[in-house]
Design a protein around this ligand. Structure first.
Ligand code: ADP
Ligand code: MG
Length: 240
């Protein structure tokens, strides 16, 4: 579903990604971890073309992300992305947040979009908040809305970049629970997170990054039980 081959990227003269090769198959959950500044956010943003690359190829469902002929807006409509900060439209109600892109990008009717929006709001346990504004919801609730909004677009894959790291501790689990459920339903997911409990529960593979390189790309159990590199061992010792 997602394939990166020999991807390198520079910010000016600083090389942020260095020869990154990996793939995420349909229905697979891949957790990306590693120290701060190792390139995790940059890597995940390259997948839906939010960051251009200078070398290598990225394919999403067979579409070459970095081909100038590729319609990135169309691609992004099919790949859901949830960031650390919720990024809901503050001036729109929750249901309007959920319907806007469905109507504008997918050309759904208002009725159809509302039906879908309400169904997904129900799924994340927030039906009664449909007519509120984002500022009236807690951080955890806003992040669940952000996930529901992405799911409204019937994505072929979901990308998450530290979706719980800006949340108060008591709200982390309500967001992780939604993600765990998605994983069990077979959603293809690439998740940057430090939540190793989540990784242990649902990840199929772990990518460990350091200094722009994918240092380990292994099955979950191998990563936790038998990390190969000293850097991954260090990282796990600090985080577990
Ligand atoms: P991570 O998500 O693992 O913390 P990032 O992908 O955000 O890492 O950043 C990797 C490196 O690239 C860091 O050294 C960061 O300072 C640098 N970087 C990130 N974004 C930019 C940018 N827009 N311009 C220049 N350098 C950047
Ligand atoms: Mg980051």
């Amino acid at each position: 579903m997602i394939s990166l081959k020999h991807v390198s990227k520079w910010y000016d003269r600083f090389q942020v990604l260095s020869d990154c090769t990996t793939e995420v198959n349909k229905g697979e959950v891949v957790v990306v971890c590693g120290p701060s500044g190792s390139g995790k956010s940059t890597l995940i943003k390259t997948v839906n073309g939010l960051e251009p690359i200078q070398q290598g190829t990225i394919l999403v469902d067979g579409i070459a992300v970095n081909d100038p002929k590729t319609n990135l807006a169309q691609l992004r409509a099919r790949v859901g992305m949830v960031f650390q900060h919720f990024e809901l439209f503050p001036h729109l109600s929750i249901i309007e947040n959920l319907t806007l892109a469905q109507i504008k990008v997918l050309n759904r009717s208002k009725d159809e979009a509302q039906k879908k929006g309400l169904a997904l709001l129900d799924r994340v346990g927030l039906t009664s908040h449909a007519n509120k504004f984002p500022s009236q919801l807690s951080g955890g609730q806003q992040q669940r809305v952000a996930i529901a909004r992405a799911l409204c677009m019937d994505p072929i894959a979901m990308l998450f970049d530290e979706p719980t790291s800006a949340l108060d501790p008591e709200m982390i689990n309500e967001v992780l629970d939604v993600m765990v459920e998605l994983a069990y339903e077979g959603m293809t997911m690439m998740v940057v997170t430090h939540e190793m409990g989540f990784a242990k529960k649902v990840a199929h593979r772990i990518l460990f990054m350091d200094e722009g390189k994918i240092i380990e790309d292994t099955k979950k159990d191998d990563f936790f039980n038998n990390p190969q590199s000293d850097r991954a061992k260090d990282f796990l010792a600090k985080i577990l």
